[in-house]
Design a protein around this ligand. Sequence first.
Ligand SMILES: NC(=O)c1ccc[n+]([C@@H]2O[C@H](COP(=O)([O-])OP(=O)(O)OC[C@H]3O[C@@H](n4cnc5c(N)ncnc54)[C@H](OP(=O)(O)O)[C@@H]3O)[C@@H](O)[C@H]2O)c1
Length: 308
Amino acid sequence: MKALGFTTYGAPEVFEELELPKPTLGEKDVLIKAQAVGINPYDALLRAGTMQKIRPLEFPIVPGSDVVGEIVEVGSKVKHYAIGDIVIAHPSIGGYGEYVAISSAKIVKKPEEMSLEEAAGLASVGTTAYFAIKLAKLKKNETLIIQGASGAVGSIAVQIAKEAGIHVIGIAHSRNRDYVSALGADEVVAYDEGNLANRLADKADVVLDASFGGKGAAEGLQFVKKGGRYISLTSFPDNAEEKKVKAMRMMRTKDMKDKEALGYLADLYRSHKLRLKTAETLTFDLRGVIGAHQLIDKKKVAGKLVLK
Ligand SMILES: NC(=O)c1ccc[n+]([C@@H]2O[C@H](COP(=O)([O-])OP(=O)(O)OC[C@H]3O[C@@H](n4cnc5c(N)ncnc54)[C@H](OP(=O)(O)O)[C@@H]3O)[C@@H](O)[C@H]2O)c1
C-alpha cells in the first residue's frame, strides 16, 4: 500500500511516498481504507524529531492519529461493524497510510450528515476535550474558564461544557470573539485586550488551559477560586499549592476509552450541538502532506487541517 511518511527527521520536505505492506488484522480489528486524515501539531513534532526520546520509533515513520474511511475487512471477533461502514478512527500512529488496521474499540460510525473533513479532524482533539472536561468534575452552574477557547481542543471543550450546563468563559484573541460566542460560551474575554487578571481573578471553579503551547499558563492560575482546579494540556503551574488550587496535567490513562468519547461526540453532533471547524483541506498525497505540515509549522491555522 501507499503511505506518506519519512525516513529521516526534518522539515516538511522529508515526507516521501512509501510503498509498505498492507497492515494485518487482529481478531478484534478492522481494516480501514482511508478517505481523509487529520493533521495534528503532534505529527509535526514526530516529523521534526522532537519526540525521539519520549517516543522512540523505527523508520519509516508514518504519522497520523485521525482517520476517516471505509471498513474493508473485519476481524473474526468484531461486533457491531461491517464491511462498508464509514468510521472515524483514532489510531496511535500510521494514519497517513492508504490502509489502517485498528481495534474496533477505537472507532465510531461517522454520523451520516458529518462531512469527511469534519470527521477527519475530530478524534484526537475531540477525545482530548472530552476527557479534560471529565477530569474537571464540574457541577451544573459552576464556572469554567477555557484558555484557547477558539482552538481545536478548546472549541470542542466549550460545547461539551455547555451541554453539561456549565457556565463557560472563553479566552481567545479578539478576532475570534464572535466564533467562541457562537459556540455557546456565556462570556468571551480577549487576551489581546488589556490585563486578564484584573477581569478574571478568582472567577473560575476550574480553568482549562488549552492555549497553544501553554501560552496562557502564566496567568491562568490567578483565575481559579481557592479550592478550585486547574487542568493543563501543556505546561504545569508551579505555585498551585500556594494558592490552594489542585493542578492536574491532562494525561490519557487506560480508563479513558476512545469508544466512550467518540460515541458521545458522534451523538452530540447528531443532535446538532457540536460544530467543527475545518481550516483547510489539501489533497491526500505528497504535495498535500508537505503543504499541510508547512502550514502547521507556521502555527497560524484556525481549525483543523485535513488531507482528503
Ligand atoms: N490536538 C490535540 O489532540 C492535543 C492533545 C493534547 C494536548 N494538546 C495541546 O493542547 C494545546 C491546544 O491544542 P489545539 O490543537 O487546540 O491548538 P490550536 O488549535 O492551535 O489552539 C490553540 C489556541 O490557543 C490560543 N492562544 C494563543 N495564545 C494564547 C494566550 N496567550 N492566551 C490564551 N489563549 C491563547 C489560540 O487562540 P486564538 O486563535 O484566538 O489566538 C488558539 O485558539 C496545544 O498546546 C497542544 O499541544 C493538543
